[in-house]
Design a protein around this ligand. Structure first.
Ligand code: HEC
Length: 156
């Protein structure tokens, strides 16, 4: 299926296209309920790829307790807001790459090494999640995947 293929590509634009496709698809059925669907479903800012979804999960198991829920408002005073750290304005970043810092930690500064609990793919997923939050298109809250939405439409 073409839409699915694009979505696997992980391009933001493709996500929006997919979201639009979903929002408009029910029109063909001439269902009054579908036509009355809220317009804001057209811009689904919580629709993410599988990788980002996994990253969101890792984040809220391991990282949020210091760096903050939804990757904002850090809880530990000296833990940086990582949205800033991965942004173009993160002036001193990378002091080291996101990956290396997450992998090796900075134990003397209170940042644990995650290589004992996470593999490199998981850290990459966390990065993609933080980057999506930093770029701003992914809103705070629990994201969902295209497959979650399809599940929802199927159930009564
Ligand atoms: C126990 C608290 C704690 C947890 C949990 C934690 N961090 Fe950190 N993290 C810190 C602190 C403190 C710093 C700042 C270290 C310093 O001053 O150099 C930091 C810094 C970082 C940096 C470097 C940012 C920069 O601008 O230099 C990255 C990247 C990072 N953390 C990623 C993660 C990831 C990913 C997770 C979850 C897998 C995580 N952290 C979990 C405390 C934590």
């Amino acid at each position: 299926m073409r839409t699915k293929h694009f979505v696997r590509g992980g391009l933001v634009g493709a996500w929006i296209t997919a979201a639009v496709a979903i929002a408009w698809a029910p029109r063909g059925e001439h269902s009054a309920a579908a036509l009355a669907a809220p317009r804001d479903t057209i811009r689904d800012s919580l629709l993410v790829s599988d990788s980002i979804y996994q990253g969101w999960k890792w984040w809220h198991v391991y990282c949020f307790r210091c760096h903050g829920e939804d990757a904002m408002r850090p809880i530990l005073p000296n833990a940086p807001d990582l949205r800033w750290a991965v942004s173009p304005n993160g002036a001193n970043f990378p002091r080291d790459s996101f990956f290396n810092t997450a992998w090796n930690g900075r134990p003397t500064k209170g940042m644990p090494a995650w290589n004992v609990l996470l593999d490199s793919a998981a850290i990459q997923e966390v990065y993609l999640y933080v980057k999506a939050r930093s770029d701003g298109w992914l809103k705070p809250g629990r994201p969902h995947r295209l497959s979650d939405l399809q599940q929802k439409t199927k159930s009564p």
